[in-house]
Design a protein around this ligand. Structure first.
Ligand SMILES: [Cu+2]
Length: 209
């Protein structure tokens, strides 16, 4: 298992992988990120995720990578993305390994619904994750630890990661809201969290050689 210091360094290294190792992107901002995230005492801890997803937008541009690492009884999820609209974005694991920007029903719709092997309502789906927050400059750094999914599922179930246009309401619609006489969250909200269009997608792949 990872020691304490390695855990601390992981987010910095995720950013390093995105900005530092990709020699095509050498903007001032990227340089600053590398400078800020220098490992202490010259140690070079490598991120060692068991699964990852390269997230691309509807134009096929890579926005960054989402890494999944096993922790004790949970999954550490780390992402460094750019090119997003500032603000909160719904962020989920979806049930199909398909990221078709030109899908008939709309971009990335072939990724299907949220990964939900136990047939739960939204906010209890295995694929429900904390929202992604993009800063004014469109970058997002993300670290979360969840136990509603496992690394084995992420490696084996042929899944994808979706970044939505809107925030996820986690179906938290109090009963004083009604739609067509129905109090609280309606069926659609219980499926999707009303997170809206699918703006970016990445197929989850195992990093096993
Ligand atoms: Cu989603």
């Amino acid at each position: 298992m990872m020691n304490y210091k390695q855990k601390l360094l992981l987010p910095a290294c995720a950013a390093f992988l995105l900005y530092g190792c990709n020699s095509e992107d050498n903007s001032t901002n990227a340089d600053k990120t590398v400078e800020d995230s220098k490992p202490v005492q010259g140690t070079q801890t490598e991120v060692d995720p068991q699964a990852q997803a390269e997230v691309k937008d509807t134009a096929g541009k890579t926005l960054g990578t989402v890494n999944f690492s096993a922790e004790e009884n949970s999954v550490l999820i780390e992402a460094a993305l750019e090119g997003l609209e500032p603000g909160y974005h719904g962020f989920h694991i979806h049930e199909n390994a398909a990221c078709e920007a030109d899908a008939k029903e709309g971009p990335f719709t072939t990724a299907g619904g949220h990964f939900n092997p136990t047939d739960e309502k939204h906010s209890h789906h295995a694929g429900d994750m904390l929202p992604l927050f993009a800063k004014e400059d469109g970058t997002a750094k993300y670290t979360a630890t969840l136990d509603n999914m496992t690394v084995e599922q992420l490696k084996q179930e042929e899944l994808s990661v979706i970044v939505h246009a809107n925030p996820d309401n986690f179906a938290n619609i109090p009963d004083h809201y009604e739609t067509d006489g129905e109090k609280g969250p309606n069926e659609d909200t219980l499926k999707t969290g009303d997170a809206g269009d699918r703006q970016a997608c990445g197929i989850v792949v195992s990093t096993d050689k």
